[in-house]
Each structure stands twice: as structure tokens, then as C-alpha cells.
Ligand binder design. Structure first.
Ligand SMILES: Nc1nc2c(c(=O)[nH]1)N[C@H]1C(S)=C(S)[C@@H](COP(=O)(O)OP(=O)(O)OC[C@H]3O[C@@H](n4cnc5c(=O)[nH]c(N)nc54)[C@H](O)[C@@H]3O)O[C@H]1N2
Ligand SMILES: Nc1nc2c(c(=O)[nH]1)N[C@H]1C(S)=C(S)[C@@H](COP(=O)(O)OP(=O)(O)OC[C@H]3O[C@@H](n4cnc5c(=O)[nH]c(N)nc54)[C@H](O)[C@@H]3O)O[C@H]1N2
Ligand SMILES: [Mo]
Length: 555
């Protein structure tokens, strides 16, 4: 919508906001450093709203938890918008100056009454009203979101629904107001910034733009194809069609992290040639024809990482790599050499200087300045530029200097697979504080920290099924089955169960998930699929044990 993929605000603005929405984000467990900034804001008087089907650790710090049904965020956001419009607290001056498409948007949200939204989302009408008023009336309000918004078949529309709210109220382009997708891993932001996305070159320059291409072609001495590449989902589809036969994977474990794991694994096994560049021999690496042992970039090499506030920071080598592990840049340079290109063995700073020479938004960020300033925030156009604290102030001050921000018409559409008689539970997957992603880097932790996988279920459902804490159950979807112990979790409502993708050998949760994806982004619907839960024990054993220790109501 705004022309660049990055959060608009700085962490210090979070500390001075009046209203903060954590929308589909469990930052307390998943972005603990960012959450400290949120808590500073809360301690300074900010009101925190957490929008999450589970009453998460983050929600426990909130003034208001909006416990919606999975996959109903658009209905909630549209109802907030309708309320704001009807109460006359939309920012009409901003809408007029800086946006397009308002009339169509206003018509689209009109049917989303509080009563309708309450029916769809399960959030009481009064709570929706309160959230709408708090957001619209605040001087400084921001929405921060993550996977609860983006890992759905409607992921792009979900994000658009939140952007609409900011445009409606003018909560973007001003200090303390903003739209902030928190980045998952330490350098997800930097990866996209550097062009590790299918459609952009470094600095979000479109590969379809001939002027942009010519600039890179002359620097690199190669011709660039004027076409967008495949995203991850499209790569797997291409493998299925037989159009993609070789794959080079760097630092990803898709064998476990892809939805519908049996399918993903079979497709990876069917490749003619698989290369994996890794710091551990992961399940994916075990399928590879060639494994390239790499250094861990964050502690065994030099470079930069970029955080969710667009801050580029130096990382330095602290440890010597073990064994045959080699610097990633060196490995890539050797491969380039075999392909007939002499990169002349550059260091990290030389690579960065080339990025600065080709991508204007990083031009002013020399290593020397990154040191001096403790990192700089893009865009930073020259060596006098201090970097931008927040983005899009143009929308307020000089709207004519660029395109207006468009409203989008987005409608509620439920998850692809809802619960039914055969698979009566909705499984949503996500993270726990004590483990990291596919567990490769946290699997070796000492056991007190590593709780192991569980099927988290509400007290009400556990009682109904006669399940006791720790009892093993079989969890099945239309795609696969896993066995895990039950954990009765008061953060869950009846009908909703939760698991993580953290554990390799024990419980491969992505055997269950559905490979439905958003047609625009290719993101998988990790946050919603239907499962059934069956106790492993039979008859008498169950009856006696259930009678023994059923937990009290509410869990
Ligand atoms: N400890 C730890 N921290 C991590 C990671 C880790 O593995 N462990 N991984 C990192 C990575 S890669 C990422 S991307 C981030 C992810 O960070 P988060 O997005 O915070 O993590 P998740 O737990 O996957 O999902 C967040 C929340 O979305 C909620 N949710 C599910 N469905 C819906 C819905 O329909 N609507 C709404 N509003 N909410 C919904 C879930 O209940 C969950 O609490 O975490 C990063 N940080
Ligand atoms: N069911 C379900 N599935 C999910 C999700 C979910 O919420 N639910 N979330 C999705 C999300 S948001 C994400 S980000 C993915 C994560 O999925 P993956 O990225 O596949 O998972 P990680 O465990 O983070 O794998 C990263 C790999 O990089 C390696 N590595 C670490 N540092 C370096 C380095 O410096 N160099 C090299 N070469 N390798 C390195 C690690 O050893 C590890 O094997 O999972 C996705 N899958
Ligand atoms: Mo992620």
C-alpha cells in the first residue's frame, strides 16, 4: 500500500503511544524485547488491546483482550471502522488529503454492524465499540501485528483491513502512530531489504523496472531477467508439476516448517538435486545431495542485521567457526567462481558498500556511521541523513509529492477448513517462549527449559472427552496424525486447540496443517485447520482415570 515493506514506527514511539493494539501477536513470548517497549508504554499510561483467540501471556498485560474466533479479524476491523464512521470520529481531513477509495470502503463496511460482528467474531459488541473509540480518539495509536493476521488464506486482506483502520483515523505518518508488522527472526527485515524476495532487488526496487535493471546490470555485468521469481509456495507447486528440479536452500528447514509436511517432504525427496547450506544437519539437510557447512552468521561472521524498526545494525564475529564450516559469503563466492564469475573474495563491508551504491534508501549508512549511531533506520539517503524515525510523514505534510494511500475493500471469509462432525476441533499453531521455530537451534537445551510438545486444550473440552493432564492423545487431520500429551490450558476456549511446530522427532505438527494458501502472498494457513482428538487408552482404563482427576471448571 505504501510502496515499501517495513514497519512505520520506532520502538521509542511505542513507549509514548496512547493506545497500542497487539493484533494476532503474542509478543510477550515471541518478541520479548519489543514487548518491553510495550510495557514501558503501558507503565506510562498507554492502553493495550490484545486481539487473539487465546488469552495469551501478552493478553494478561492488556487493558482489554478481544478474544475473537480464529479467522474473523476482517469482520472485527470492518465493524470497528463502521462504528468510527457512524460516530463521526473518522479523520475526514486526512482521508481527503491523503487517501483514495474512501466511498467504496465506507459502503463495504456498512453491513458490519456491532451485532453482526459479535455473531461472527464472538467478541461482545460493547468491547468492539470500546476498541473502536479508543483507537479513533487517541492522539497517538498504533497497530502491531504478526502471524495471527498473516498466516491465513486471507492474509493480505487481513493486513489491508488493519491499514484501512489507520487511514480512516489518520494513525500513520505521525510520531506515535503507525502500522507495525513485527519481523519474525532477527534479520527477516534485512532479508527482504536485500532483495531476498521474488519481485524486488535490494532496497525494494522492482525487477520489472528497466531503469532499475539497467543500473544493476551495469554494476554486476550480467543480464537480469525481467520477471518476478517464485515465492516458497509457488516453488513447491512447481516441484509438483515437475518444473522445478533443483533447489539450493540456505538456513531453512522446510521439511518441517512447511504446511502439510508429508507432501512437502515427498516433493523435496523427489528433487533431482538438493543443496542445503546449514549450521546443523537438519531433517532437510539429511535429504540433500550436498550439504555445505556454514558459519552461524550472527556470531561467527561479520555483517548487518535489520530490526522491525528498520534499524540496520552491525554484527561482529565473536567465535571461530567449528570444523569445516565456512563463511557464507566465501561459499557463495566459490560457487560464483565455478559459474564463471570472479567476485574477488569481498568482505562484508565491501558487499554492504555495493548495496549502498545501488539502493538509495541505504546510501548514507557507512559502517563508520552505523558504529557511531548504534545503527541507523532506513531510509537514509546520504551521509548527512540521520535516518527516519517513522515513515510516510509525507501523507500529512506533502501528500501531492507521491501517490495517495488507497483504501481497500475487504470482506470476511472464514478459514478454508472449519470444524465438523468428523474433525470437531479447530487447531491453531504458534509459538512458545521456550523453543524456537523447528527446534533445530533450541532442541539441545537442558530439559527444565524445554517442555516438549503438548496438545493444549480447554478445561471444558478435556472434561467432555474425559482427558486428564499429561494423558496421551492421537490428534488427526485430513492429512496426518500425531500423538502428544494433553495440556489443559486456561487460555483456550472450548473447540480451540493449540500446538507448535517446534519439535522434530516427537510430534511433527505440520503433518496436520493444511496447505491452503493466500493467493496473493502465498502464505500458508498455519493458523487454522480442523482436527479430531482421540484418547489412546480404551474403555475401563479411561473411565477410572477420568474419574480420578478431572480439573475444575475454567482450568
Ligand atoms: N520464543 C519464540 N519466539 C519467536 C519464535 C519462536 O519460535 N519462539 N519465532 C519467531 C518467528 S519466525 C516469528 S514469525 C514470530 C511470530 O510471532 P507471533 O506471531 O506472535 O507468534 P504465533 O504464536 O505464531 O502467533 C501469534 C498469535 O496468533 C494468534 N492467532 C491465531 N489465529 C488467529 C486469528 O485468526 N486472529 C488473530 N488475531 N490471532 C490469531 C495465536 O493464538 C497466537 O497467540 O515469532 C518469532 N519469535
Ligand atoms: N504449523 C506451523 N508451521 C510454521 C509456522 C507456524 O506458525 N505454524 N510458522 C512459519 C514461520 S513464521 C516460519 S519463519 C517458519 C520457520 O521455518 P524454518 O525457517 O524452516 O525454521 P527454523 O527452525 O528457524 O530453521 C532455520 C534454519 O536455519 C539454520 N541457521 C541458523 N543460522 C544460520 C546461518 O547463519 N546460516 C545458515 N546457513 N543456516 C542457519 C538453522 O540451523 C535452522 O535449521 O516456519 C513456518 N512454519
Ligand atoms: Mo516467521
Amino acid at each position: 500500500m505504501f510502496g515499501a515493506g517495513g514497519g512505520t514506527s520506532s520502538y521509542r514511539e511505542v513507549e509514548e503511544a496512547e493506545v497500542i493494539f497487539l493484533w494476532g501477536s503474542n509478543a510477550r513470548e515471541t518478541h520479548p524485547i519489543f514487548f518491553h517497549h510495550v510495557l514501558k508504554g503501558v507503565n506510562a499510561g498507554a492502553r493495550l488491546f490484545v486481539v487473539d483467540p487465546r488469552r495469551t501471556a501478552s493478553a494478561r498485560w492488556a487493558d482489554r483482550w478481544l478474544g475473537l474466533e480464529v479467522g474473523t479479524d476482517i469482520a472485527l476491523a470492518n465493524a470497528m471502522a463502521r462504528e468510527i464512521i457512524h460516530d463521526g470520529i473518522a479523520n475526514t481531513a486526512f482521508i481527503e488529503r491523503a487517501t483514495t477509495g474512501y466511498p467504496a470502503y465506507r459502503d463495504c463496511v456498512e453491513p458490519y454492524t456491532l451485532e453482526y460482528a459479535e455473531r461472527v467474531t464472538g467478541v461482545p459488541a460493547e468491547a468492539i465499540r470500546e476498541a473502536a473509540h479508543a483507537y479513533a480518539r487517541a492522539d497517538r495509536a498504533m497497530i502491531c501485528w504478526t502471524l495471527g493476521i498473516t498466516e491465513h488464506h486471507t492474509s493480505v486482506d487481513n493486513v489491508l483491513a488493519l491499514i484501512n483502520l489507520a487511514l480512516l483515523t489518520g494513525h500513520v505518518g505521525r510520531y506515535g502512530s503507525g502500522l507495525n508488522p513485527l519481523r519474525g527472526q532477527n534479520n527477516v527485515q534485512g532479508g527482504g531489504d536485500m532483495g531476498a524476495i521474488p519481485n524486488r532487488l535490494p532496497g525494494f526496487q522492482d525487477v520489472l523496472d528497466p531503469v532499475v535493471r539497467a543500473k544493476f546490470e551495469s554494476k554486476w555485468g550480467v543480464a537480469l531477467r525481467p520477471q518476478h521469481g517464485w515465492n516458497l509456495t509457488q516453488m513447491f507447486e512447481a516441484m509438483e508439476r515437475g518444473d522445478l528440479k533443483s533447489l539450493f536452500i540456505i538456513g531453512e528447514n522446510p521439511c518441517q516448517s512447511e504446511a502439510d509436511q508429508h507432501r512437502a517432504q515427498a516433493l523435496l525427496e523427489g528433487l533431482d538435486f538438493l543443496v542445503v547450506q546449514e549450521i546443523f544437519l537438519t531433517p532437510t539437510a539429511q535429504l540433500a545431495h550436498v550439504v555445505l557447512p556454514a558459519t552461524a552468521t550472527w556470531c561467527e561472521g561479520e555483517g548487518t542485521v535489520t530490526s522491525s524498526e528498520r534499524r540496520v545494525q552491525r554484527v561482529r564475529k565473536a567465535l571461530d567457526p567449528p570444523g569445516d564450516a565456512r563463511d557464507e559469503l566465501w561459499i557463495l563466492g566459490r560457487i560464483a567462481a565455478r559459474l564463471g564469475h570472479d567476485w574477488r573474495n569481498p568482505g562484508a563491508e565491501q558487499v554492504w558498500d555495493e548495496v549502498r551504491s545501488l539502493a538509495p534508501i541505504f546510501a548514507g549508512m557507512s559502517y563508520r556511521r552505523l558504529e557511531e549511531h548504534g545503527g541507523l533506520q532506513w531510509p537514509c539517503y546520504d551521509e548527512q541523513h540521520p535516518g527516519e524515525l517513522f515513515l510516510h510523514s509525507r501523507l500529512w505534510h506533502e501528500p501531492r509529492l507521491g501517490p495517495p494511500a488507497p483504501f481497500s475493500v475487504v470482506e470476511h471469509r472464514p478459514p478454508v477448513e472449519g470444524p465438523d462432525d468428523e474433525f470437531p476441533f479447530l487447531l491453531t499453531t504458534g509459538r512458545r517462549l521456550d523453543s524456537y521455530n523447528t527446534g533445530v537451534q533450541t532442541g539441545g537445551l537442558p530439559s527444565p527449559l524445554r517442555r516438549g510438545e503438548t496438545l493444549d486444550i480447554s478445561g471444558e473440552d478435556a472434561r467432555r472427552l474425559g482427558l486428564v493432564e499429561g494423558e496421551a492423545v492421537r490428534v488427526s487431520s485430513r492429512r496426518g496424525t500425531v500423538v502428544a500429551p494433553v495440556h489443559i490450558d486456561p487460555s483456550l476456549r472450548a473447540g480451540l486447540v493449540f500446538m507448535t511446530p517446534h519439535f522434530q522427532d516427537e510430534v511433527r505438527v505440520n503433518a496436520l496443517t493444511i496447505d491452503a494458501t493466500d493467493p496473493k502472498s502465498g502464505t500458508a494457513e498455519f493458523k487454522a485447520c480442523a482436527v479430531r482428538v482421540d484418547p489412546l487408552r480404551t474403555g475401563a482404563a479411561r473411565a477410572s482415570s477420568a474419574a480420578r482427576s478431572v480439573p475444575a471448571a475454567g482450568g
